[in-house]
Design a protein around this ligand. Structure first.
Ligand code: PLP
Length: 451
């Protein structure tokens, strides 16, 4: 007998009006960003040519709460609160005594949590009188989210899309263009960084690193333009805290507090989001949920990376951040979970992991991820993004462990997005063509050499 519904939302009056900043409750902050030239700590004004001033300030903020501006909140309310589900059917399929919950961020047109930060970043730029944004996109989720946000505020947007993705994912490109964005295949001949890359190899598939360098160069050399980034940064984790703040209220509606909280980690924004309110409880001694970060075995920054200062991009134009990294020169294998192919990790999450507040990180292979994704789809009827399916893999593993031990734990995981634009990945899986790839220590050493 089900005592509670399959999913809950939240009344408007209970939805968050403030973002929460984990730095306010961490016993020690992460090491500061450094200016790569002087090795001195970076300051907000150093970032003004690149980011809107309010966003640059948020990058350094230790304020516990930041009020969500009304125009941002009004927009968020068009697709939030995102629903929290109890996965009754999956529990039954697994025959587990565990109770499995997931917070689903795929119910907006862009299809992932990235819209939560895109709308905030577009807003602060608009407020400052910026008329044009630039960004890069790999898998396409961030570019789509920012296209929606720019359409809403009537801003121009140039998206530098990694060449191989723009050819493999024509639908992502089409949706960005429909929202009015200008999608440019990267490397392009519009920037020095792009021209250099093309001169080196006209047939290059492109990379996120080059696309970032192009987008930053375009922003700083265009009047009234700024650059935006969809993950890793402290400002992005701040905007994503809304996921965890909602989830905690929604778990209460189920009379629950999660024993285990699981999220996939690329640059760390959806994981930082879902853990936010629960991490506050952990940091302030109110509760002790167990946190697990899940990453691809092909790009194992937490499980096999080094905790060191590194550039956030391959072109080495950003400040240095202290984080778990595989080296900015590391080129991850082209797995289907494109959103998890990033060499570094959010400095906040890196610090939490280093101090063992994030209890564990696990690396999983593609084939095991798709096996979990298909099991989940058949039970719950939602096609997950390959990135999100990393969290599903570990949620299922934990639930199966409960079956062995007889423990009845409550498990919460973040379902960061849907996989409706990732059907070529599912076709590959269905045809038995998924290959697992685990870099050797020697291959990782090449990336570390770039540190
Ligand atoms: C971008 C993306 C990710 C990875 O980015 P994080 O910043 O680590 O959250 C995960 N899931 C989905 C659906 C994404 O679009």
């Amino acid at each position: 007998m089900k005592k509670f519904p399959n999913r809950v939302t939240l009344e408007e009056s209970r939805t968050p009006k403030f973002w929460y900043n984990m730095l306010a409750d961490m016993p020690e902050s992460h090491d500061p960003m450094l200016n790569p030239g002087t090795k001195q700590p970076a300051t907000p004004d150093m970032l003004y040519p690149v980011f809107a001033e309010e966003l640059a300030k948020q990058e350094f903020s230790k304020e516990r709460y930041t009020e969500i501006p009304k125009p941002v909140r009004d927009y968020l309310m068009t697709f939030r609160p995102s629903p929290l589900y109890r996965a009754y059917a999956l529990e039954k399929a697994l025959d587990t005594p565990a109770r499995i919950y997931f917070k689903y961020e795929g119910q907006n047109t862009s299809g992932s949590h990235k819209l939560n930060s895109a709308i905030a970043q577009a807003y602060y730029n608009k407020e400052q009188g910026i008329t044009k944004l630039t960004t890069e996109t790999g898998a396409g989720q961030w570019g789509t989210a920012l296209s929606m946000a720019c359409a809403h505020f009537g801003m121009e947007l140039d998206v530098y899309m990694v060449r191989v993705s723009s050819r493999q994912k024509p639908y992502r490109k089409a949706i960005m263009e429909t929202f009015g964005a200008n999608v440019i295949e990267s490397p392009s001949n519009l920037t020095n960084a792009g021209r250099q890359a093309l001169a080196l190899d006209p047939e290059t598939p492109g990379s996120l690193g080059v696309a970032i360098s192009e987008a930053i160069e375009a922003a700083v050399s265009t009047q009234n333009a700024r650059y935006t980034l969809g993950s890793v940064l402290n400002q992005v984790l701040l905007h994503q805290s809304i996921i965890g703040l909602e989830a905690k209220e929604q778990m209460e509606m189920y009379d629950e507090y999660p024993d285990v909280i699981i999220g996939c980690a690329g640059g760390g924004s959806n994981l930082g989001g879902i853990i936010s309110a629960f991490m506050q409880d952990r940091l302030t001694g109110k509760a002790k949920p167990y946190f697990i970060a899940v990453e691809p075995a092909a790009c194992p920054s937490l499980t096999r990376g080094k905790y060191a200062y590194d550039f956030c991009d391959t072109g080495k134009v950003t400040p240095l951040a202290k984080m778990y990294t595989l080296g900015s020169g590391f080129v991850p294998n082209s797995i289907h979970a494109g959103g998890l192919r990033y060499h570094g990790m959010s400095p906040i999450l890196s610090k939490l992991y280093h101090e063992k507040y994030i209890d564990e990180a696990r690396a999983v292979t593609q084939s095991s991820v798709f096996e979990a994704a298909v099991r989940f789809t058949r039970a719950e009827g939602i096609l997950p993004a390959p990135e999100s399916a990393h969290a599903i893999r570990i949620a299922i593993d934990e639930a199966l462990r409960c079956k062995e031990t007889g423990e009845s734990k409550s498990i919460l995981f973040g379902l960061s997005g849907h996989g409706n634009f990732d059907l070529s990945a599912y076709i590959n899986y269905n045809e038995g063509k998924i290959v697992d790839y685990i870099p050797t220590d020697e291959e990782l050493e090449k990336g570390f050499a770039s540190l």
